[in-house]
Design a protein around this ligand. Structure first.
Ligand code: GBH
Length: 510
């Protein structure tokens, strides 16, 4: 499964650049926000510092025999010990926003609602938040980016236990709102629930590594985990809306990721339906209950039957009540694929809506040029379509909470070549053009763009070999070196926004 992460050192960046479209530098609204994003386990390190408890990723990345790249996040970018330097770096890039995640087991080492709180963990995030604000940078905080306190997994199966997980997450969220909410105005509960449920409990590529191969029931676990995530999200939103919103006046929502899907055969009704169904299984799974306050998409109910949990009446009430408090749509987006309807009945473990996912269509046309990782092709035109799809369905201002790519062959380049990241510059430029078109030509509300990632980091199961940063990190020494894409982002957002950035306009969070 890791072959799919192979880098493409065989392709020279120049010849690949020739296959990419030209950037048009189309305009953006003056109050459009831009920034950079990271996640705790991918950058912090300090795995055992200052009372932090272990998370499922500490356990998973050390599991023997190795089930990932063999690398771990013990040190990662050592961000935990280089905080001042990294805030200065962000400031030098001129970002409006920094999206980071809080490591739950730094605040509550055992994770549970009756477990002790670690004030040193709170102090770390206070220093970060205060440092950002002192530099005029808005913090956007993710409560959960995949690092569940290990104890909750051992104690009751983590997200497989909806009631306990909901209660513990609500308690952790409340702690964060009460300690940080005076200064944090954009909250994200969960990063990519789809990936948590399917990569954690179906393919087993991510922690905790459940799959049929490892003796777990992948025909039911992902759907139960998804259910728990939706309910825990709703509980946190309810708590925020009731106890914090009146005084703190911030925003809260979730981040949903997905590819966009084009029909494999553009003339086939079955493939067109397959492309629509694929998005319902990807995004509607979470988006419909959360933003529409409704049930799972009908297509999912039909295929999954009793394996898809039911919402009780009380749960439905909670979803209805909290739906309007999700004031934005957080979108992580990287790439797109073709969807082809399968002609055989769905396999019990199918999670796609019985759709085959392909990179080449019926006419032999590739969806887009390959980046430095096999799952990511440059598909900016499909990005514009996904923005329209999300806006039409959910009618919330969209924040692109992650977008980025590794350059072909980047990991095997010398520093001087790696920081001259023209492929990434072009990718950013094209995707930002797509945002401009969605806003100005299609009437979609897009309010911000957070590049993934501030710096090269621990790319989960792929370890350190896949680099998404706008900053190069030498993992042996921790040395940071800005790449050209960092300067490009500052320059392009400066140019595209009608008036130059100043203290007054970076205030666009609705
Ligand atoms: C995001 O997920 C994550 O939020 C972020 O932490 C991560 O660093 C970033 O993407 C870049 O990957 O190896 O063929 O099995 C995006 C969704 C899910 C896309 C896992 C890649 C692995 C495909 N990702 N998927 S494969």
């Amino acid at each position: 499964m890791f072959e799919s992460n192979e880098i493409r050192a065989d392709i020279s960046t120049k010849s690949v650049l020739d296959t990419l479209d030209t950037v048009r530098e189309l305009p953006l609204p003056p109050n459009f926000l831009w920034g950079a994003a990271t996640a705790a386990y991918q950058v912090e390190g300090g795995a055992q510092q200052d009372g932090k408890g272990p998370s499922i990723w500490d356990e998973f990345s050390h599991r023997e025999p190795s089930v990932t790249s063999g690398e771990d996040g013990d040190i990662a970018c050592d961000h935990y010990n280089r905080l001042a330097e990294d805030i200065a770096l962000l400031s030098s890039y001129g970002v409006d926003v920094y999206r980071f995640s809080i490591c739950w087991s730094r605040l509550i080492p055992l994770g549970g609602r009756n477990d002790p709180i670690n004030e040193k963990g709170i102090a770390f995030y206070n220093t970060l938040i205060d440092g950002l604000i002192a530099h005029g940078i808005k913090p956007a905080v993710t409560l959960y980016h995949w690092d569940l306190p290990l104890e909750l997994h051992t104690r009751y199966g983590g997200m497989l236990n909806s009631a306990d997980f909901q209660a513990d997450f609500e308690h952790y969220a409340r702690l964060c709102f009460s300690r940080f909410g005076d200064r944090v105005k954009q909250w994200i509960t969960f990063n990519e629930p789809y990936i948590v449920a399917l990569f954690g409990y179906h393919s087993g590529i991510l922690a905790p590594g459940h799959s049929t191969k490892t003796g777990h029931d992948s025909t039911t676990e992902p759907w139960r985990v998804g259910h728990s995530l939706i309910l825990a999200h709703a509980a946190a939103v309810q708590t925020y809306a009731t106890d914090f919103l009146p005084s703190q006046k911030g925003n809260i929502s979730i981040v949903l990721n997905s590819d966009f899907y084009e029909p494999y055969d553009a003339t086939s009704e079955a493939d067109k339906a397959a492309a629509r169904r694929r998005l319902e299984f990807y995004v509607g799974w979470f988006g419909d209950p959360i933003y529409l306050g409704g049930d799972y998409p009908e297509s999912m109910r039909q295929q999954l039957g009793s394996r898809l949990p039911q919402f009780t009446e009380a749960e439905q009430g909670l979803l209805k009540k909290t739906a309007p408090h999700n004031t934005f749509y957080g979108m992580n987006h990287y790439t797109s694929q073709y969807a082809r309807a399968r002609t055989t009945p769905p396999h019990e473990e199918d999670h796609t809506g019985n759709v085959e996912e392909l990179t080449t269509n019926s006419k032999g046309v590739e969806i887009g040029p390959l980046s430095g990782v096999s799952w990511l092709r440059v598909t900016h035109k499909q990005f514009r379509k996904l923005l329209n799809w999300a806006w039409d369905r959910y009618q919330r201002p969209i924040y692109i909470t992650e977008n980025g790519c590794p350059c072909p062959g980047e990991n095997s380049m010398a520093l001087g070549q790696a920081v001259d990241d023209q492929f990434r510059v072009r990718y950013f430029g094209l995707y930002i053009d797509a945002i401009s078109q969605a806003i100005n030509e299609d009437g979609v509300e897009v309010a911000g763009y957070y590049a993934w990632s501030l710096m090269d980091n621990f790319e989960w199961a792929a370890g350190y070999s896949i680099r998404f940063g706008i900053t190069h990190v030498d993992f042996a020494t921790g040395t940071r070196t800005p790449k050209k894409s960092a300067a490009y982002l500052e320059e392009t957002f400066g140019k595209r926004r009608a008036i130059p950035r100043n203290g007054n306009i970076a205030n666009g969070i609705p």
